[in-house]
Design a protein around this ligand. Structure first.
Ligand code: NAP
Length: 434
């Protein structure tokens, strides 16, 4: 019997466990370990609450536990409850699928001011991540700025714009729904340091901005390249830019405005004891598509500034780290000595949820080549881990516990919502009667 521990129960963790289960059949026992008592990582805490069809992929992950026999072990923080070295002594292979849940810093003066939040924190707040439940983002001002031109910036701008009714069918947590409902924000400026042809936003997500009940998107027509230049874009980018062109033509007035501000590089955040404005430098595109500052600066009023410029993977003691990439140092997912990484912890924060499937399968293949099914090292695997956790008094959860929590969340749902997420450790454990 081979034993594998997959650390992290987001998409990368589940696809890798699925791939290992297929590669080894009955000849391996696989544990998916998560620091939180509940599974699904990015699906539960990252994917926007109004994108339920994307979140539905978790049902496929359930089969990995219920049909392929993989074990889920929640509430076990690797690095605190158990070390990597201990896991390596218990399992034949340890696969880090810990994602990239930390915000990259802007690196500009004033980013420590109250009112400046990273997207991991803001998204975690509206998605009920326990670390951000108390974020209390300032929503009493009239203006917000969202930095970045990727899909996370679109998620944040859309969530700031929606009415309570538009959250019907979503699983946005009650504390965020109530706060957003009372929000005074009327102008949301999406700040991009490059131009419409350099956006990382995708067409479907951009298109959603054109159908909001109370908000209208606007692009300055002068920021758009000549229409002939769109011919050089790939079809997906051409569709995205078509939306931006549509946003440049006048639309019905609505109470909220989503203003795209291209060619604007953040240089400072200013305010008296809290964020009041984002100072940007006008940029131009240089050879190769990079942006260069023009020296011209101006201020965008904003009492809430959400930075959506990417993420990095948290370090784990003893695991080599790629500082520049913000991920584990690895070669094709191999860190070395029975240690592997997959997903964003391997590649950095890019790609769709589906990108993690081939990624996980590729690393599982490399593992199966290095540790052929049928051979054994006699390591104790999950039984050994359970004994160690019991000895340390760690209150681990299993998949049946998650089903109990899920039932409690479904029972507590608003009339138009699939669930009301339990948000804090104490609530999860109390749903389990612990
Ligand atoms: P992203 O797609 O990499 O976009 C990051 C944006 O931040 C880019 O526009 C980048 O501009 C900008 N940026 C980086 N550093 C900056 C700085 N110092 N100052 C100003 N701007 C800066 O990242 P993301 O939006 O966090 O998304 C992460 C991944 O999740 C992506 O693959 C995304 O597609 C995916 N995602 C998908 C969905 C969905 O499908 N619905 C939703 C959310 C996220 P430059 O291009 O100039 O570097």
């Amino acid at each position: 019997m081979r034993h594998f521990a997959v650390i992290g129960s987001g998409p990368a963790g589940f696809y890798t466990a699925e791939a290992l289960a297929k590669a080894y059949g009955d000849a391996a026992q696989i544990d998916i370990i998560d620091q939180l008592p509940v599974p699904y990582g990015l699906i539960r805490f990252g994917v926007a609450p109004d994108h339920q069809s994307i979140k539905a992929v978790s049902r496929r992950y359930d089969k990995v536990v219920e049909e392929a026999g993989v074990r889920f072990l929640g509430n076990v923080a690797v690095g605190a409850a158990v070390s990597i070295d201990e896991l390596k002594s218990l399992y034949d292979g340890v696969i880090l699928a810990t994602g990239a849940p930390r915000d990259r810093a802007l690196g500009i003066p004033g980013e420590e001011l109250p009112g400046v939040v990273g997207s991991a924190a803001f998204v975690g707040w509206y998605n009920g991540h326990p670390d951000f439940a108390d974020l209390d983002p300032p929503l009493a001002g009239a203006s917000a700025a969202v930095i970045g031109n990727g899909n996370v910036a679109l998620d944040v701008a859309r969530i700031l714009s929606k009415t309570r009714a538009e959250f019907g069918g979503s699983d946005i947590v009650a504390h965020a729904l109530d706060a957003l409902d009372a929000s005074a924000i009327r102008t949301i400026t999406i700040v991009g340091r490059r131009g419409p042809h350099q956006i990382a936003m995708t067409a479907k997500e951009l298109g959603e901005l054109g159908h909001l009940d109370a908000a209208v998107p606007h692009v300055e027509s002068g920021d758009l390249p000549a229409i002939e230049a769109d011919a050089g874009l790939d079809p997906g980018a051409r569709k995205s830019v078509a939306h931006l062109r549509d946003f440049a033509t006048p639309h019905d007035e609505k109470p909220k405005h989503i203003q795209f501000d291209f060619f604007a590089r953040p240089v400072a955040i200013e305010g008296e004891g809290r964020a009041e404005r984002l100072v940007v430098e006008r940029t131009a595109l240089a050879e190769g598509g990079q942006c260069v500052g023009t020296g011209e600066t101006y201020a965008i009023p904003a009492s809430l500034i959400v930075s959506c410029i990417g993420y990095h993977t948290p370090r784990i003691d003893g695991v080599p780290y790629d500082e520049r990439g913000g991920k584990f140092a690895n070669d094709g997912g191999v860190i070395g000595d029975g240690l592997y990484c997959v997903g964003w912890a391997r590649r950095g924060p890019s790609g769709t949820i589906g990108t993690n499937r081939p990624d996980g399968y590729e690393v599982a293949e490399a593992i199966a080549a290095a540790l052929p099914p049928g051979s054994s090292t006699g390591k104790p695997g999950g039984l050994g881990l359970s004994a160690l956790l019991a000895e340390r008094g760690v209150n681990a959860t299993d998949f049946a516990d998650w089903r109990t929590i899920e039932t409690a969340e479904t029972a507590a749902a608003r009339a138009d919502a699939p669930r009301e997420k339990l948000v804090r450790h104490a609530d999860w454990l109390s749903a389990l009667g612990r």
